[in-house]
Design a protein around this ligand. Structure first.
Ligand code: SAH
Ligand code: SF4
Length: 347
């Protein structure tokens, strides 16, 4: 592609595409003929086609629906907070793990995303951050700071491509490993692989139940890797990375929100020095059970705190545009509908 060009063009192109996040056509430091050639180069062409952008929370939450080559669709959510901007990326179109309360799980599995398709979601978010007007999102500087692999799909069931993306985000986009977090439903070999890598990226484990009988029901993959095996892998990850683990817990009314659930969860969390993130269940089309009401959320959080566990309740971002945890299903509908999730509980 650059064989007929002087050697410094390679670093100009690399710097332009990755550090400045420019399109080939915007690289005015390159001769016009070369810009035109690069713009037509299939390997530099975007692999995601934007189908829609939906905005909520006064411009602080943006959801993009993309079409992939071959026709599948995925979503990406960008969230601006006063002190950071976090993008939640998809790693698979659909998901094979079959958690009944999750909109992605309800659609089944279509295919893995490539490394490029994952990185492109982050590049789109970084570009959007750069263009975000300060009055929409609070105080500048507005720069993409965090990436969470918590969109559609199970990242550790697509390990090689997800790891490829992590390496590129770290090396090419300069994002620190501490600001990258992989969320898993508990794919034990994937957690072990993550632990064996040199980069200490964060790990969130979607637990939702602290005994095998209930977890087998809520998270079918638990039958393959039950809690004891999962916790062994988490312990290994902690020792290898020296980082604090998070447990995610979707609070489901009268399913996993009793004080005895809190006590069982506290036992695991204390033994692994894990932080617990509570997410009142978000509404999805194929799951009738509702979220724990706000009083119950407070009582559950208090019980964990009383047991000595560091606990937060996740703010419910983008529920009225189906952009909240577990609501991503890549439906083509673009119009927002009124919030039908639980009351917002800020951490
Ligand atoms: N597959 C990975 C990452 C994507 S799901 C995982 O399961 O961890 C991202 C997070 O959303 C997970 O913690 C998941 O348990 C949670 N989630 C799924 N459905 C949800 C729902 N309806 N309400 C609240 N959280 C949900
Ligand atoms: Fe897949 Fe995660 Fe949804 Fe379970 S919660 S179906 S693992 S995306």
């Amino acid at each position: 592609m650059l064989a007929d060009q002087p050697p410094y063009r390679v670093s100009q192109l690399w710097h332009g595409l990755y550090s400045r996040l420019a399109e080939p056509a915007e690289l005015t430091e390159l001769p016009q003929v070369l810009r035109a050639r690069l713009s037509a180069e299939p390997t530099l062409a975007p692999s995601l086609g934007l189908l829609s952008e939906t905005v909520a929370d006064q411009g602080r939450t943006l959801k993009w629906l993309w079409s992939l080559r071959g026709g599948a669709m995925v979503e990406t959510v960008l969230m601006h907070y006063p002190d950071r901007s976090t993008v939640c990326v998809s790693t698979q179109a659909g998901c094979a793990m079959g958690c009944g309360f999750c909109a992605t799980g309800q659609t089944g599995f279509t295919r893995h995303l490539s490394t490029g398709e994952i990185v492109e979601q982050v590049v789109a978010a970084a570009r959007s951050c750069r263009q975000a007007p300060a009055d929409h999102v609070g105080q500048p500087p507005r720069r993409l700071t965090n990436v969470v692999f918590m969109g559609m799909g199970e990242p550790l069931a697509n390990f090689p491509r997800v790891w490829g993306a992590i390496e590129r985000l770290h090396a090419d986009l300069g994002l620190s490993a501490r600001h990258l977090t992989v969320s898993t439903v508990g794919v034990v070999p994937g957690i072990r692989s993550l632990a064996s890598k040199g980069l200490p990226v964060g790990l969130a484990v979607s637990l939702h139940a602290a005994n095998d009988a209930l977890r087998d029901r809520l998270v079918p993959i638990n039958r393959r890797w039950p809690l004891a095996a999962l916790m062994d892998a988490c312990q290994m990850w902690r020792q290898a990375t020296g980082r604090r683990l998070s447990f995610e817990w979707a609070l489901i009314d009268q399913v996993n929100d009793s004080l005895s659930d809190a006590a069982q969860l506290a036992d695991w969390a204390r033994s692994l020095h894990a932080h617990v993130n509570l997410i009142p269940l978000n509404a999805t089309p194929g799951w009738p059970t509702v979220a724990t009401p706000p009083d119950g959320v407070r009582a559950f959080a208090q019980a964990l705190t009383d047991h000595g566990v560091n606990t937060t309740v996740r703010r419910n971002r983008g529920a009225n545009i189906d952009a909240a945890c577990g609501q991503l299903a890549a439906r083509a509908a673009t119009s927002p509908h009124p919030a039908n999730g639980p009351a917002v509980v800020a951490d």
